[in-house]
Design a protein around this ligand. Structure first.
Ligand SMILES: [Ca+2]
Ligand SMILES: [Ca+2]
Ligand SMILES: [Ca+2]
Ligand SMILES: [Ca+2]
Length: 392
């Protein structure tokens, strides 16, 4: 095993991956600016399929993401938006035993009953789910709102029944990425709805959280036009109490070609185009999470260098219970060759985001070679130790 590992390390190329820059200091924001599915590379989407195991709890509004993701499969197969990917590339489903091997995105839909509006049920459902041995592979938890976000804001419980419990779960399950969401837009309770969603945005920005901004996605049409007073079905109004002016999704769909520019899909309480955009943003979310989870900046000082390598080396061989700061780059709770691959692929980059250093900042090739030689020496010593223990 050890020999195979050493040679496979030598076989690894030195090229940097082309991961899009969606990550900053551990935080991820997915909103209306992340609704161009053609901007996501096959390589980065495949990384999400290869590495993410997602559990999703939601009711009707939240199904816009998954229904849209289902419709996207055939739309892409038909070359919609000019997409040219392998057949069924966007396929997804619950891969209970992970035998799919990345052939489709492992997403357990309705994994936890109810939605995030029901406290403390959603917290208990999350812990019960994650504590079940059959779900030990789950590394992404995502919850959607129905319509309760405005009431919680009005009642002053949005923090105690949502933000704080989410943060507590992150502390309790450090190997899991938790996705925050804003609630759907609500023209009929405009002030509380805007207040609630802004409170969630501010909290996520201040604390480097992962946010899927559901409300922002339905406040803009595909041209980027902002609608200040929209409703969840894409109607837009002149003001909080003013007349209805139109429906941005219907208007866009009617001036564009179905099957080419957009696809028909179920989108609960809304229009197909809203479900399309929820699906595109969901894939941007999976890509960003997968990129962020592959992080070899173990000492969290903003770069990936020899110091991070030494961290990995010191904890190499931990088979379970490892944390990121011990060299677990892919957060599978083990420190092994896969983590070294992440370190090696992102060596000389800032924070694992795929942002390359400027030429003058790139470490000398000799520095990298020295590190590799150090690694080989360590490996040979380990080989020797293993051989001795094997003889005994
Ligand atoms: Ca699975
Ligand atoms: Ca570092
Ligand atoms: Ca450093
Ligand atoms: Ca690992």
């Amino acid at each position: 095993m050890q020999k195979v590992f050493v040679f496979s390390f030598l076989a690894i190329g030195l090229g940097l991956p082309s991961i899009p820059i969606l990550v900053s200091e551990g935080g991820i924001l997915i909103d209306h600016n992340d609704t161009d599915i053609t901007a996501l590379s096959q390589e980065t989407m495949q990384l999400a399929k290869d590495t993410l195991h997602i559990a999703y709890g939601h009711t009707s509004h939240g199904s816009q993401l998954t229904d849209g993701m289902t419709g996207l499969v055939a739309f892409a197969n038909g070359g919609g938006l000019g997409l040219s990917l392998p057949t069924d590339f966007f396929d997804w489903g619950y891969d209970a035993d992970n035998s799919g091997g990345g052939a489709y995105l492992d997403l357990h839909d309705y994994a936890m009953s109810g939605d995030v509006g029901y406290y403390p049920q959603w917290v208990n459902n999350t812990t019960n789910y994650l504590n079940h041995p059959a779900h030990s592979d789950i590394n992404v938890i995502i919850w959607s709102w129905c319509g309760q976000v405005s009431n919680k804001y009005a009642n002053g419980t949005l923090d105690s029944e949502y933000l704080t419990p989410m943060s507590d779960l992150e502390t309790a399950y450090p190997h899991v990425t938790f996705v925050y969401m804003t609630g759907h837009v609500d023209h009929w309770d405009d002030a509380d709805n805007k207040g609630a969603n802004q409170m969630i945005r501010d909290y996520c920005a201040a604390n480097n959280k992962v946010l899927y901004d559901f409300a922002a996605i339905e406040s803009y049409d595909p041209e980027g036009t902002f609608y200040e007073f929209p409703d969840d079905n894409c109607d837009y109004y002149a003001s909080e109490s003013g007349p209805k002016l139109g429906n941005w999704a219907d208007e866009w769909q009617n001036t564009h070609t179905e099957g080419v520019d957009w696809f028909n899909t179920s989108a609960a309480h809304s229009r197909p185009l809203n479900g399309n955009r929820k699906a595109y943003a969901a894939w941007a979310l999976w890509v960003a999470i997968a990129a962020e989870r592959l992080d070899a900046d173990f000492d969290n000082d903003g770069d990936i260098d020899g110091s991070d390598f030494l961290t990995w080396q010191q904890h190499y061989g931990l088979a379970s219970g490892a944390i990121h700061a011990q060299g677990d780059a892919n957060r599978d709770t083990a420190v092994d060759g896969q983590d070294l691959t992440v370190w090696q692929d992102t060596f000389g980059t800032i924070g694992g985001s795929g942002i390359s250093l400027t030429p003058g900042m790139v470490p000398e090739p000799g520095c990298l070679m020295l590190t590799i030689l150090t690694f080989l020496l360590i490996s040979l010593i380990r080989l020797d130790k293993n051989a001795c223990s094997g003889i005994k």
